[in-house]
Ligand binder design. Sequence first.
Ligand code: NCD
Length: 307
Amino acid sequence: MDRLYHVLEAQQFDLDLIEAIFSTAQEMEQVVQHYGSNILNRRVMATLFYEPSTRTRLSFESAMTRLGGAVITTESAQEFSSAAKGETLEDTIRVVAGYSDVIVLRHYESGASNRAAAVAGIPVINAGDGAGQHPTQALLDLFTIQREIGRLKKINIALVGDLANGRTVRSLCYLLAKYEDVKMYFVAPETVRMKDDIKEYLQRHQVSFEEVDDLHEVARQADVVYQTRIQKERFGDRTGEYEQARGKYIVDRSVMDCMQEHAVVMHPLPRVDEIDPEVDADPRAAYFRQAHNGLYVRMALLRMILA
Ligand code: NCD
């Protein structure tokens, strides 16, 4: 069994490790459907969430429970943990590390997971650090593309929405860059275009990308349309900018009509209004299947880290 320790950023994975995670995830689907598992019996996972979450926290907790492990948790950690009394992240992590075998951390500051990993002494999983990264989401996104399209090479993918602040797209770019002949189309409102750090990384790794304005046009070329939410919480008091960005690119029936038969729409969720609910009934709407895949991928990660 391949061993993993921290999960901090998408760049840390190589193709062999990704393949090992995906084949373990497939096994995990069987575990869920058939017999369950006790492989992580007596192991404890701490989920420490300083920002809101439904899918990431609950799928990690479900994953741990389904493998026979136990969960301790503080959601709204900013309000309910000792952070409210002024404790530093480092001190909190040192303490929680004494109560658990792995820490799953979501934090509003980019780089928080690296800070936590430096003092934890146990594995730390980055469940989203500000506008930084969300590597476990990117792994489940990649797993979903593999399942839905049948390959990871030679993919045309349109990344749509808040590309500046969306940590899931940032992590996904790093992962997709590892595969041959991937073509990325960035479709973003003016104020939230893809940042230079990612573009420079893609250039260095000879990944082809293009910034385009017309979502309908690009929908014709794409195997995957990956829509994202405009990240309101990163705009502060710039509400005018937020309102301008929101509503610029909506995936609705007219976009679906442009897409090919085999193509899919993905979204890390939660959505606000950037995918019209009338799209949900289309078999090419893959976002709820994508969210379910998160359970299997997170079970695989916990098993590889702890078993
Ligand atoms: C994403 C996140 O938290 O970055 N959600 C998730 O984990 N599935 C996307 C978002 O909040 O828009």
